[in-house]
Design a protein around this ligand. Sequence first.
Ligand SMILES: CC(C)=CCC/C(C)=C/CC/C(C)=C/COP(=O)(O)OP(=O)(O)O
Length: 340
Amino acid sequence: MPLPDLAAIPYASAVGSHSDLAAVDAAILDAVDQLPPRIRAVARYHLGFTSGPRTAEHRGKALRPRLALAAARCGPTPERAVAAAVSVELMHGFSLLHDDIMDGDRTRRGRAAAWVVYGVPAALLTGDALLTLALGVLADSGTAASMGVCVRMMSALVRGQGDDLAFEDDQQVTVDAYLEMAEGKTGALTGAACELAATLAGAPPAVVEALERFGRHAGVAFQIADDVLGIWGDSRRTGKPVGSDLVARKKTLPVVAALHAADAEAGHLRALLDTGVPLTEAQTRQATVLVERLGGRTTAEAIAQQHLDLALEALHCCDLPAVAREELRSMAHHMAARSR
Ligand SMILES: CC(C)=CCC/C(C)=C/CC/C(C)=C/COP(=O)(O)OP(=O)(O)O
């Protein structure tokens, strides 16, 4: 049976005030409204607050705050974890603003990316502002440990993003190198979402550790699903042009796996990607066919399943409240089998 769309799960859920994402949104808006007017306008646009409450269409899936709120149910004071949910959503906002500029992606969540509307300098500065707000929210929430988690997460994020950029001109990227990159670029923030929330909610160290591992592996599965959608998804659902990763010669997992296939056609794919310039439309179509024929999609989906399994395993290594375990389990399935 297909999973319901994650973004369609009620935003203001009825499971208790601590898990009400509307409260997270209100706190994000409060934080954003402290910014100077010109930056505030860019931040509101990017986060989807242009007129009134955020709509499902422009806020994205709110995956990281959803993870934080679910993980917070594993501690005695889940209401204290709202700060973690706010903070990780702001950090995610920062990373997308900068990422769109680095990748030259003109579309985000079905409309023009912030840098296209407001220009690169304003979008960069707004990214910096969101990161600063995220750190401020955590600093105010009062645990010294959360700053350490943040620093480790940001180092991993920067390393992962750096590798992702460097891989564009590298045809020798291995599956292991890809996985390390994905763990930094995506898994670090989903892991930190769980870790920060569980810490603020007062969960014991073994639970915090297990939830970080859960979030990190679920994040890797999510990134692989993102790679697959980037090649074979539906742009009306993903909100971004399909094929742009291939055009940019990104080493997504399907491409890496296809390049390593023991088949002469892998050489054709390598030659196509080895030009040093973006692919044309015809080359992108050709590369899509080659990646699928070389088994890149099947291999990527199998590896995503392995990371989903590792995430689920982490949920069983300590005693979690049944409701929290079930919520996290369901989220991990959504993350690995996404359609947007
Ligand atoms: C340092 C730096 C700039 C790092 C960039 C890291 C980066 C942007 C990684 C991409 C991760 C990812 C799958 C984003 C889409 O999230 P999503 O599908 O949850 O987006 P949504 O919020 O629109 O739903």
